[in-house]
Design a binder for this molecule. Structure first.
Ligand code: ADP
Length: 239
């Protein structure tokens, strides 16, 4: 297995607060990893460092052999990392197809013309929105907005997908659909790092998970082992 992403002593301070404190881990191509931790432990900040929405205070973030630490989000997207946001960032005044065309054209692979259309429609198909390509994104309900957000990430044809609590807020039926969708993406070979609070989803999807607490990575390994680790349980219960 080839190392896809290598994070070496990544750090981010906000004033005196060490939001991400010397975090190191690697992921290989073709894997799916859960990123857990109590609220405020630094998970979103870490995703922001990987995707370029925040600049690291220190450390290296090497993707496919290139150090991308401090690069801008558009450069990192073109290098092949796509992400979703906790608060969806869709374009409500555009159609679903237009929403996915933009990343198909300006994302990692930069498709044009018919090829962009094919890739964009395929991204809608994968997320169950294929029939509604010409609907307005502003008319979507919550789960479909989440699906569209994911479709936008897929339309960039990423080599690494970062999900920030993509399953949050779904009802039990939608949650099962969402888990199945992520499983199918992972099964098709897209490497995924998913920040997730829903343990059922982590157990179902992630053979490996890492746990953050107060900015530090306190555990990283096989999910069943990590979730029964004393330090991990203590972090969730509060020190
Ligand atoms: P999590 O995603 O695990 O809930 P975050 O990464 O959002 O945690 O936050 C980690 C810590 O960094 C928290 O203490 C949070 O208040 C702080 N933090 C996050 N973003 C900022 C920011 N832009 N400015 C100042 N503090 C921040």
């Amino acid at each position: 297995m080839m190392t896809l992403l290598q994070i070496e002593k990544a750090a981010r301070n906000f004033g005196g607060l060490k939001a991400v404190d010397q975090v190191s881990f690697e992921i290989e191509s073709g894997t799916i990893m859960g990123l857990l931790g109590p609220n405020g432990s630094g998970k979103t900040t870490l995703l922001n460092l990987i995707s370029g929405f925040l600049t690291p205070s220190a450390g290296r973030i090497v993707f496919n052999g290139r150090d991308l630490a401090g690069a801008r989000p558009d450069k990192i997207a073109r290098a092949g990392i796509a992400r979703t946001f906790q608060l969806v960032r869709i374009l409500p005044s555009l159609t679903l197809l237009e929403n996915v065309m933009l990343p198909a054209v300006f994302g990692h692979r930069s498709h044009w013309g018919k090829e962009a259309d094919r890739v964009a429609r395929a991204a809608l198909e994968k997320t169950g929105l294929g029939e509604r390509a010409s609907a307005s994104a502003g008319d979507l309900n919550y789960i479909d907005q989440k699906r569209l957000e994911l479709a936008r990430a897929l339309a960039a044809e990423p080599e690494l997908l970062l999900l920030d609590e993509w399953l949050a807020g779904l009802n039990p039926t939608e949650l099962q659909e969402g888990i199945a969708l992520i499983r199918s993406l992972s099964g098709s070979g897209i490497p995924i790092i998913m920040v997730e609070h829903i343990m059922e989803a982590v157990r179902a999807l992630c053979p490996r998970c890492a746990v953050m607490n107060a900015g530090k990575l306190i555990a990283d390994g096989e999910t069943a082992k990590v979730l029964s680790d004393k330090a991990v349980i203590a972090a969730y219960l509060g020190d």
